[in-house]
Design a protein around this ligand. Sequence first.
Ligand code: ADP
Ligand code: ADP
Length: 229
Amino acid sequence: MGKRYPVQIHARLPRLMRIIFLGPPGAGKGTQAKLLAKKYTIPQISTGDILREAIRQGTLLGLEAKKFMDKGELVPDTVIIGIIRQRIQEQDCKNGFIFDGFPRTIPQAEALRKMLVLLNLSLDAVLSIVVKDEILIKRISGRRTCPVCNAVYHILHNPPRMPGLCDRDHTPLIQRNDEKEETVRNRLVVYKKQTQPLIDYYKKQGLLKEVDGEQTIEAIYSQIAGFLA
Ligand code: ADP
Ligand code: ADP
């Protein structure tokens, strides 16, 4: 009888998971990362959210990052690597983390590999969300974000309960600064040039799982849950 105990206790512990979400802007990385973070009780680490928060607070990092973000360019690797090095050593990452929007270049991926070796940690999976360009543009143009809690909505596919207001804190939703059509097109070009090579990089390491990102949010989530089961 007593033998059942450890099993029940174990079932309540958060599952240790280190995951990367890879994919073009608008693919649904943030949406899925938030759902998984809740399921596994581990943090979603979005470099985009960290940078936007720095911009809101007017820090030096924010001032520097804004110049690149407004043009749809990537923020320099050294800045991003510094942010991640600090972040993954915080207490809430001890049971794992979900990267959303990091790494975005080969040098970032290499820096991460070295950091994990030093910490004696390894990655469980790299989930690459695949969506065609026309759909990405529609998703980005309909995206609305809460500037306070970073919740993400879509005016058609994932609308808030009250139009224009965040479900959680009722803050008016905004469109991000880098969501103008011209900037979005540049972000897609930058993705193909600088981030897409990571697909092969992680394929070679046997970590890559391709996710069909053109399904509903729920169907994508079940596909991912299947990969991680
Ligand atoms: P999306 O959700 O549309 O993919 P993000 O919020 O992840 O966009 O990123 C917004 C912007 O922040 C990027 O266009 C880039 O300027 C900057 N950024 C975010 N993460 C990184 C990163 N890992 N490396 C370089 N720049 C980044
Ligand atoms: P990313 O983090 O990759 O840039 P987001 O998670 O912010 O992508 O999603 C981009 C937009 O598309 C958001 O408005 C989101 O609500 C919406 N979205 C996300 N997944 C889907 C989906 N499977 N079908 C339709 N819309 C989606």
